[in-house]
Design a protein around this ligand. Structure first.
Ligand SMILES: Cc1cc2nc3c(=O)[nH]c(=O)nc-3n(C[C@H](O)[C@H](O)[C@H](O)COP(=O)(O)O)c2cc1C
Length: 194
């Protein structure tokens, strides 16, 4: 079955992101058409990128990078749950993405963002980043307001239109994750042959 990782891109204390990511995993897991797993960047405390070679040009040498690569490699697609920090992507999330390359390529990605205005500016940046890595970013997305979709800015209260947007995002994400599988198989063959 298609395997999708839900990556939580916020690590700070008192983060709102854990409620959003849990809602994504719980909602998605009720569908039955793919397997979903939460990946919390708190469990992968990577340093600022410290690999001697860029991941697209050479193998990683550091234990933490290899562990991160092994965590990401088995998945067919990703939902990135991201806040918007200062009009863009949280540094911890961008750093985690930058540590790898092949583990992202030819896989699908969808976005669930949150912020004062739904976190859309972080997603605009992530679409560019993920496209550069050869990922297929699905058009549907979920945008959540910390002003109107949280009680007292702390308790997430998802509404019907969020659920509908999430399911549309997942529909496309799962379809594209499966459709790209032959490309990923070809890439593995090429590596073995060379
Ligand atoms: C460093 C920082 C910068 C922020 N910048 C923005 C911003 O540019 N736009 C926005 O909509 N919200 C911004 N916020 C508010 C966040 O959207 C809100 O605090 C959200 O809960 C952050 O996600 P988290 O709680 O999971 O870390 C910022 C919050 C922090 C901590």
């Amino acid at each position: 079955m298609t395997r999708i990782a839900v990556i939580l891109g916020s690590t700070r204390p008192n983060r709102n992101g854990s409620q959003v990511a849990r809602w994504v995993v719980d909602t998605a897991s009720q569908r039955g058409d793919a397997e979903f797993e939460l990946i919390d960047l708190r469990d992968h405390p990577l340093p600022h990128l410290d690999e001697p070679m860029a991941p697209m040009f050479g193998p990683s040498v550091n234990t933490h990078t290899r562990a991160w690569a092994e965590r990401i490699a088995p998945f067919d697609g990703f939902v990135v749950v991201t806040p918007e920090y200062n009009g863009g992507v949280p540094g911890v999330l961008k750093n985690a993405i930058d540590h790898l390359c092949a583990e992202w390529t030819d896989k699908a990605v969808g976005f669930v963002s949150y912020g004062v205005n739904g976190g859309a500016r972080a997603v605009v940046q992530l679409r560019t980043v993920c496209g550069t890595l050869g990922m297929a970013d699905v058009g549907h997305q979920v945008a959540i307001s910390v002003l109107t979709d949280f009680e007292n800015y702390t308790t997430f209260t998802p509404r019907d239109h969020h659920m509908a947007a999430l399911n549309k995002t997942l529909d496309q994400l799962i379809a594209w994750s499966a459709a790209l599988a032959p490309l990923r198989a070809g890439a593995e063959t090429t590596l073995v042959d060379s």
